[in-house]
Design a protein. Structure first.
Length: 236
């Protein structure tokens, strides 16, 4: 590792199918980063940020690139936790398709300092936009159902970017109304918006009336295939 290179903290790494968003169903390698800047009430990956257990492993960018090249999957999903805490542009390898699943709060082209826990601060420089604009960014701003707040500055940034889509987690019509307000406020193209249904069980995903409403209101529906197939099983 270079002397000043910030390490990457990985919580887990596995091959599966992408469960959500505009690439649902594709064979993918998941790299799940540890730590998050939010604490959503319904978070299904609390193990990446809750508590003080050191349940992560430190890697250099070269080590992660080696993991990527030694797996067959063409699609690489950088997820978390919050992956934008790290220099994701350093992980780029040509010939692979990268996807980032981010809450969108941090602007990747700005430097960042994040106090992960006592005695551990993550620092990264700005990412190179000529590289990260080749990634498929799945930006998931949190609605009030998560007890988090929308970030004005970051939504202005992402709404102007061609290289992202937006994914919102909804429970009901009121949540869809909230999405309507957000896309209007930030001039987000409805065609780039995917709505996924909150829940961690098969039953929670089987809401045809809500999907009917999503379609009627002109949004895309994002399944959550991993929940439908495996519930909350890890490594899927
Ligand atoms: S942003 Fe994602 S990983 Fe972080 S707390 Fe919210 S749902 Fe969990």
């Amino acid at each position: 590792m270079e002397k000043h290179e910030t390490p990457f903290f990985l919580n887990e790494c596995f091959e599966s199918i992408q469960g959500e968003g505009n690439y649902a169903g594709v064979n993918s390698l998941f790299l799940r980063f540890h730590f998050c800047n939010l604490s959503c009430s319904w978070c299904d990956s609390k193990f990446t940020w809750f508590g003080n257990a050191r349940n992560y492993t430190e890697y250099s960018s070269d080590q992660i690139k080696e993991i990527i090249t030694t797996h067959q999957s063409h699609h690489i999903i950088l997820t978390g936790g919050e992956p934008s805490l790290y220099r994701l542009d350093k992980l780029f390898i040509s010939g692979k398709k990268f996807h980032v699943e981010s809450n969108g709060i941090y602007i990747p082209t700005e430097p960042l300092e994040f106090a992960a826990r006592e005695n551990l601060t993550l620092r990264r420089d700005a990412m190179d936009e000529s590289i990260i604009s080749q990634f498929n960014w799945v930006i998931s701003p949190k609605l009030s159902n998560s007890r988090q707040e929308v970030n004005d500055k970051s939504l202005h940034f992402w709404s102007g970017k061609e290289y992202c889509i937006f994914k919102f987690v909804v429970r009901n019509s009121v949540d869809i109304d909230e999405v309507e307000n957000i896309i209007q406020l930030y001039s987000i193209n409805r065609l780039k918006v995917y709505l996924a249904i909150e829940g961690q069980t098969l039953e929670s995903q089987l809401k045809p009336a809500l999907v009917d409403e999503i379609v009627k209101r002109g949004f895309n529906y994002s399944p959550r295939l991993h929940v439908i197939l495996w519930g909350m099983q890890r490594g899927k």
